[in-house]
Design a protein around this ligand. Structure first.
Ligand SMILES: [Cu+2]
Length: 108
């Protein structure tokens, strides 16, 4: 029952960082599918083309507000392999419920 295993090791932190810019607009994320490598730190740079949107990636306990004119940076280390859905969680209009994207985490 050690919580240490939840933290990235020093070795992992030295790996190349993955920087991915995601643009939000009504009612999509672009790109809508991103692929990252397990164990390598990820920085998402979230921007908006039009209005206030949200970014929520529940499986990794991440959420952020995305506002025009601001680059919102979200950092995490993907620690599990799989396909996960991220969504807009700020109501942005008629297509809001469909506004989502996919994060794929692959083995190194
Ligand atoms: Cu929305």
């Amino acid at each position: 029952m050690s919580e240490l295993s939840l933290q990235p090791t020093v070795h992992e932190m030295r790996n190349d960082e993955q920087v991915i810019r995601i643009s939000a607009s009504k009612f999509e994320f672009n790109p809508s599918e991103i692929v990252v490598t397990k164990g390598v730190p990820v920085t998402l740079e979230l921007t908006s083309q039009d209005r206030h949107h949200g970014f929520k990636l529940a499986e990794f306990h991440l959420r952020a507000d995305i506002k025009p004119g601001v680059i919102e940076k979200v950092r995490f280390v993907p620690d599990k392999i799989g396909t996960f859905t991220f969504i807009c969680d700020v109501f942005c209009g008629d297509g809001h419920e469909e506004m989502s994207g996919t994060l794929r985490v692959i083995e190194q």
